[in-house]
Design a protein around this ligand. Structure first.
Ligand code: FES
Length: 130
């Protein structure tokens, strides 16, 4: 079962969905993973309170890139309120493989950037529970 998740991660890494930038994003934010210095940017187009389009760009390891690719796929079409409900566990379930503390930061970088850009929420998602 884990193999399926691993294949999915590799697929998203090799064929990232929604990679790039938006010309006139309503929301754009970038941040880095202090552990490795890898940077990630997320652009959002918001229409009638919904995410009409999303892009991510930057560089990072397979986990961070796959996680950003999956996250942008998930949020397009959702309301900002629904996006706000996406938490650490939701994203980790999408990835579906066990991760150590270092890889956890890689996995959560996209969510961190999204939450900071869209809601001004800073810090690693789920950090307060650790
Ligand atoms: Fe840099 Fe994973 S090693 S984001």
């Amino acid at each position: 079962m884990e193999d399926l998740y691993r294949d999915n991660i590799i697929d998203h890494y090799q064929n990232p969905r929604n990679y790039g930038t938006l010309e006139h994003p309503d929301i754009s934010y970038e941040d880095s993973n202090p552990v490795c210095g890898d940077e990630l940017r997320i652009d959002l187009q918001v229409k009638d309170g919904k995410v009409a389009d999303a892009r991510f760009s930057g560089h990072g390891c397979s986990i961070s890139q796959a996680s950003a690719s999956m996250l942008t796929e998930e949020i397009i079409g959702k309301t900002l309120e629904e996006v706000k409900q996406i938490d650490k566990q939701y994203l980790l379930d999408l990835l579906g493989i066990p991760l150590g503390p270092v890889r956890l930061k890689c996995a959560l970088l996209s969510l961190k950037v999204l939450k900071a850009g869209a809601y001004g929420l800073h810090g690693w998602p789920g950090e307060d529970e650790e």
